[in-house]
Write a protein that binds this ligand. Structure first.
Ligand code: CA
Length: 618
């Protein structure tokens, strides 16, 4: 009896591993976690991840939902299920049953939600908008309880410039009125998705879960509340997305679906960051491959978007966030780095679902023609159509950074601005450019301008009155400083007043210094005017070659005209208006947008040293 029992146990122990090898099935993850009925594109590709799942056959019995194709890949732990959701499918939960032979081995409840007109909530952005860029870890800490969260590899350390400081979604919600009061209409938030990397995770550009807000920022639900609250206050939200790379800690790190999921190299190979190599007609394959296939950094795995399953995974993810949030726009990181045909297909799919959507691409190149290649146009010699709706104006950013520090000359000072704008013929539509003077990746504007208030005012006056959609970087309005060579942490410092024990609260007028209020009020005054100025939003631009240190331009419609004069010299100037008669036309007087000054006649205008004038003509 005793012997028999022992033998039985032994047999079981021997049999178990063999039995379990074939029979153990589970599901760890399903992406996208839910989807919607009545999407324009009726197809959905569901990625199922779990041990041995590729050895099963999925079955769905749900009216209006049918499996079109099941794809297994190199790793046995993935199944890609292509389903078709017919227009008459009703929202609800359907069960995906997984069979091994005739035996059901596991199942998954998949949620199909009705669109609830979420898609009607997105607004896109245009020239009537002012985009306020903020870094969520560094803006405001609305919930100290989430600074450290279980399972997260990096702990908060506010004393470390490159550490996590605790800012979060609640901090943004708490300060929406501040942003609105400044005059911004849209908020571009650096990435909010999970970055569970061991270090330098605060910037957000090494995403480790494309479907989950980092718990140190809050939850998906809180993100949705932020969008709802912003919409209620008349503000829009622009999400930062990155299709070039993901954090090396992404869940599939040890178990890639296919080996070509990432661009693989024998040893770590960095991108050469030469975005121009993508459209350079003389580029060597060596340089091109390194540009597109090299890794952005050690912690950022470079994605191979030529893999159609991965491409679909990324495209569906962006649509998921638009639909889930009623998201107003997207800022796409490192635009020339992913496969460019994939990027065009992504834009096509987004615009198919949301026809008047806006995506602004980060094309960090210094020549207008290099940037113009990426903004949708019919002019590319190689026939490339990006479908991209908006692009950042990096060439103008460089010009703004130099112009007001230089003496006036043939190609210096104001001529920097004039020269860049005169190249606008390369763009299919220059109004689609997003104009900015700094962002989270470079020297802060006030530092670039030598912490000179007059220069800052010139730069702000220009940015808000030239063509395009202006974007400002959080803290410029309170004269925050920082140079990149000090380290990225120094150009992304905490907004004073965002943390409970901050001794200074720059979110309030009383908490700001006189100089900070001067800058804040100056920006606010122009933005408040701009909001209601058809000329500044939609008007045509005519500019005059800088002369005598003065740059003069007009923004006008049939009924309105705004004249801008930038005096980039250290002397007061008297401007004779004869030269501008083609724009002055029948206007005979004017009033200053910046103060109470007005002009009864328009014969000459006196302008103080190193300052702007913005004049509404009457
Ligand atoms: Ca927090």
């Amino acid at each position: 009896m005793k012997l028999k029992f022992k033998t039985a146990i032994l047999l079981v122990l021997i049999a178990l591993p063999f039995g379990s090898m074939a029979q153990k099935f589970n599901i760890d993850r399903v992406d996208p976690p839910l989807w919607w009925t009545s999407m324009k594109n009726s197809e959905l590709q569901i990625m199922v991840y779990g041990e041995n799942i590729s050895f099963t056959k999925p079955i769905i019995n749900y009216s209006g939902v049918k499996i079109k194709q099941v794809i297994s890949v190199e790793s046995p732990n993935y199944l890609f299920i292509d389903i078709e959701i017919s227009p008459d499918a009703i929202a609800g939960e359907f069960i995906i049953e997984f069979f091994k032979g005739k035996k059901k081995v596991t199942e998954y409840n998949y949620k199909l939600e009705s669109r609830n007109k979420t898609s009607d909530l997105y607004q896109g952005f245009d020239n009537s908008d002012i985009i306020y860029l903020l870094m969520p870890d560094r803006f405001a800490n609305g919930n100290p309880d989430n600074d450290n969260m279980p399972g997260m590899l990096e702990q908060a350390d506010r004393s470390n410039p490159n550490g996590r400081h605790g800012g979060d979604i609640q901090g943004i919600i708490n300060n929406l009125d501040y942003i609105k009061d400044l005059g911004a209409t849209s908020i571009w938030i650096n990435p909010l998705l999970e970055n569970n990397q061991p270090a330098y995770s605060y910037h957000g550009y090494a995403v480790t879960d494309l479907y989950k807000v980092d718990p140190r920022y809050g939850s998906n639900e809180e993100y949705r509340s932020l969008v709802k609250e912003a919409h209620r206050k008349g503000l829009k939200i622009i999400q930062d997305m990155i299709f070039n790379h993901l954090g090396t800690e992404y869940f599939w790190k040890e178990d890639l679906p296919t080996q070509d999921w990432y661009n693989q190299w024998p040893e770590f190979t960095r991108s050469n960051y030469r975005g121009g190599a993508v459209n350079d007609p003389y580029a060597s394959n060596y340089d091109f491959n390194k540009m597109v296939g090299g890794w952005f950094d050690h912690s950022m795995a470079d994605l191979n978007q030529k893999n159609e399953l991965l491409a679909n995974y990324l495209i569906q993810n962006s649509i998921w966030w638009i639909e889930y949030l009623g998201l107003d726009g997207i800022r796409q990181d490192t635009y020339p780095y992913p496969d460019k045909d994939f990027m065009a297909e992504w834009m096509r799919r987004v615009l198919e679902e949301y026809p008047d959507y806006n995506v602004v691409g980060e094309v960090w190149l210094s020549h207008p023609q290099a940037v113009a290649y990426w903004l949708e146009n019919d002019m590319n010699a190689d026939g490339y159509h990006s479908n991209l709706t908006n692009v950042f104006d990096f060439p103008l950013m460089y010009a703004i950074s130099k112009a007001f520090n230089e003496n006036e000359g043939w190609s210096t000072g104001n001529a920097q601005l004039y020269e860049v704008l005169s190249q606008d013929f390369v763009y299919s539509d220059p109004s689609k450019l997003v104009v900015f003077a700094d962002n989270h990746d470079g020297d802060r504007l006030y530092s670039k301008l030598g912490e000179d208030m007059n220069k800052l005012k010139l730069a702000m006056a220009f940015m808000f009155t030239t063509r395009g959609t202006p974007q400002i970087y959080y803290g410029t309005e309170i004269l925050m400083t920082g140079l990149e060579h000090q380290g990225h942490g120094f150009i992304r410092e905490d907004f004073p007043g965002g943390w409970e024990n901050d001794t200074i609260d720059a979110f309030t007028r009383q908490g700001r210094t006189a100089e900070q209020n001067e800058a804040f009020d100056f920006i606010k005054r122009i933005l408040d005017y701009r909001k209601n100025s058809d000329a500044l939003i939609n008007g045509k631009l005519v500019h005059y070659i800088p002369e005598d240190g003065l740059y003069v331009y007009f923004r006008y419609t049939d009924n309105e005209c705004v004249m801008v004069i930038l005096n980039n010299t250290d002397e007061e100037k008297v401007l004779n208006m004869d030269r501008f008669s083609e724009n002055i036309g029948n206007y005979s007087s004017g009033r200053s947008v910046l103060n109470r000054k007005s002009w009864e006649t328009l014969n000459t205008i006196t302008i103080s040293a190193k300052s702007p004038l913005i004049i509404e003509l009457k």
